[in-house]
Each structure stands twice: as structure tokens, then as C-alpha cells.
Design a protein around this ligand. Structure first.
Ligand code: PMP
Length: 338
């Protein structure tokens, strides 16, 4: 018989899938590391389990404890699944810009959800950074995960995602392109791939309203770069310890509108029903066109599943309200030719 001991045993070993339509104008092979095949439907299952196991190993997390995290949803899902299997309680602190679907999904897997305002400074006591820290102080036998600065996050991708991509491409990967939030994915995969072949280029997808690109290019943390944006999961108004700027060759910024439109296009033209950071990543790839040549093998990582965005990028009313779609157009994806 062949079976996993529990649901956590199905994490990882996700497929690589060729993009056939949206990237036709690129000269190279584009392969998507398709992370929605993880049991929590996102890449974050990998780092959630690794962060928990490392905390168990050094005693930060004790039997029967409560796990507390500020999470946009995907990390919370991974942590919640692991908490169920391992017998912990789970509290997710989430900002109010996140989709209702994400909050409902977290509650469905037994997590408490605390919602905080998005448009406050990180050090404001109402922010989700501050609220998570405060809850951790107030809750007995609790552990605050802090995915931004917890380096087990990067380690998970160094140990699993990176080696999988190297093996699946038979060492032929030339570029890795991925959205950056906490930085765990890009830093772990990027470090592993550069150790195998230092010529591999690592590109981060950033959003308008985030500090990463400017900081990478100038070393300046420019507060003028920070303003509210719609894209979920990528971009930050802080510099997480998990972003290893040294292994990143460059960042490219994608607009909220383009990310939303390309998320629709991925579903309609590739049959890939994914979250908005996948749309941002594909548009970023197209913006990077000049960097690629014929024999390149470009791997792009798709973080999460479209079901979490049905009330947003997949809802034409929502798209219209934000000016992402013209009044007389059927849907945003019909508007743009590629
Ligand atoms: N896309 C989505 C949908 C995410 O939830 C995240 C995690 N914040 C990312 C991209 C970025 O991944 P990382 O945190 O590893 O940089």
C-alpha cells in the first residue's frame, strides 16, 4: 500500500507545467512551478511545517500550545493544517484588505481569525504586526511565528522547492522569477539554485506601493514608495529578514491592474486558476522579455489558488469598480491582446 501518514505528508513535489499561450512572445521555454497542488493550495504549506518543526525542536513551541501569526491567509492555512495534525491551537491575525474567502477558509480549518486595519503604520498598535505580537504576549503557552523574520521560512525553500526545481529541469534552469512578500521563496530557491549554478538569474516581482525594488537598486529605504495597493501576497512596507537582497539580480514592478487582468487571462487562456500574484508574475515575465534568449529555461513560481479570489479578480463587478475593466467590455481578459 502507498499512502501518506497524514495530510502533511502530501506537501511538496509539485509539478512543473509549461506555459503555452500567454508567454508566446517570449523566445524561451517558460515552466510554472505549480504550488497549488499542495494540500493547503499554496506554496506556504512548505514553510509552515518547517517553521513549526524548527520551533518544536528548540522548545519555542510546546505541546498543546497556541500558534499565533500575522498572515495574509496562505501561511495561516499551512499553519492551521499542521496545527490540526500536531494538536496545537491556531490564531491568524489578518489585514482587512484580504479577501473574505481567505478568512472563511482559515475559519473552516479551525483557526481563530482576528481582522486588523490595513492602512495604518506597521508600528501602529492596530496594525497586524503589532496585534500579533500583543496577542502572543497575552496568550499563555503561545508562539509567535513571525514569517517575515523567521529564517526557517527561507530554509524550507532551500531544502525542498529549490532542489525540486533543479531536479525537474535536469539542471537546465537559467532564470527563476517569483513574487516577493516575506522573501522566503525567492531567497531559499535562489540560494539553492545559485549554489548549483551561479549564472542562474533570480528576479523578484514587486508591486507599486512596496519598498523592495528601490531598496535593492539604491540601498535606500524610501517611505515615499509606500502606499496602499490591491495585489495580495507580494510587496511590503518593511524589509523582512527573509529577503536576501544579495542573491536577487533584480526586481520588476507590476501594476495592480495588470496583475488582476493577467490572473483572469491565466484562467481563461491557460486553464490555470490561480491567485493574483501569479498574474503579476506572468506580466512581470513579459516586462522582462529582453532579458531572455532562445535556449533559456525560465521557471516562474505560482503561489496560490484562484478560489481565494472569486470575489475579486474573478468578479467583473469588482474589476469594474476599480477601473480594471471598461464598462462595455465583457471581461478584463477580453480587452488585452498579448
Ligand atoms: N503570493 C502569495 C499569494 C502569497 O501569499 C505570498 C506570501 N506572502 C507570496 C506570493 C510571496 O511569497 P514569499 O512570502 O515567500 O516571498
Amino acid at each position: 500500500m502507498e499512502y501518506a501518514e497524514n495530510i502533511l505528508g502530501t506537501i511538496g513535489n509539485t509539478p512543473l507545467v509549461k506555459l503555452n499561450t500567454l508567454t508566446k512572445e517570449l523566445p524561451c521555454l517558460v515552466l510554472a512551478k505549480y504550488e497549488t497542488f499542495n494540500p493547503g493550495n499554496s506554496v506556504k504549506d512548505r514553510m509552515a511545517v518547517k517553521m513549526i518543526e524548527d520551533a518544536e525542536a528548540d522548545g519555542r513551541l510546546k505541546p498543546g500550545g497556541t500558534i499565533i501569526e500575522g498572515t495574509s491567509g496562505n501561511t495561516g492555512m499551512g499553519l492551521a493544517l499542521a496545527a490540526i495534525v500536531k494538536g496545537y491551537k491556531m490564531i491568524c491575525v489578518i489585514s482587512d484588505k484580504q479577501s473574505k474567502e481567505k478568512m472563511d477558509i482559515l475559519r473552516a480549518v479551525g483557526s481563530k481569525v482576528v481582522v486588523c486595519p490595513t492602512n495604518v503604520e506597521p508600528d501602529d498598535p492596530r496594525s497586524y504586526y503589532s496585534t500579533s505580537k500583543r496577542l502572543a504576549e497575552e496568550t499563555p503557552n503561545s508562539w509567535y511565528v513571525n514569517q517575515y523574520d523567521n529564517l526557517s521560512n527561507t530554509a524550507a525553500h532551500y531544502e525542498s522547492t529549490g532542489p525540486e526545481i533543479w531536479k525537474q529541469t535536469d539542471g537546465k534552469v537559467t532564470h527563476f522569477v517569483v513574487g516577493v512578500g516575506t522573501g522566503g521563496t525567492i531567497s531559499g530557491v535562489g540560494k539553492y539554485l545559485k549554489e548549483q549554478n551561479p549564472n542562474i538569474k533570480i528576479w523578484g516581482i514587486d508591486t507599486y506601493g512596496s519598498v523592495f525594488k528601490k531598496y535593492h537598486e539604491t540601498g535606500i529605504f524610501d517611505e515615499n514608495e509606500i502606499y496602499p495597493y490591491i495585489t495580495e501576497g507580494i510587496g511590503e512596507d518593511i524589509l523582512p529578514k527573509n529577503v536576501n537582497f544579495d542573491i536577487i539580480d533584480g526586481f520588476i514592478k507590476v501594476t495592480d491592474k495588470d496583475a488582476a487582468i493577467y490572473t483572469q487571462k491565466l484562467a481563461k487562456e491557460e486553464g490555470m486558476f490561480l491567485g493574483n500574484s501569479a498574474g503579476a508574475a506572468v506580466k512581470g515575465l513579459l516586462q522582462l522579455k529582453d532579458k531572455f534568449s532562445k535556449d533559456d529555461v525560465v521557471v516562474v513560481l505560482f503561489h496560490d489558488h484562484g478560489s481565494r479570489y472569486v470575489g475579486k479578480m474573478f468578479n467583473d463587478e469588482w474589476m469594474r469598480e476599480r477601473g480594471f475593466i471598461e464598462d462595455n467590455a465583457k471581461s478584463a481578459a477580453d480587452l488585452i491582446s498579448h
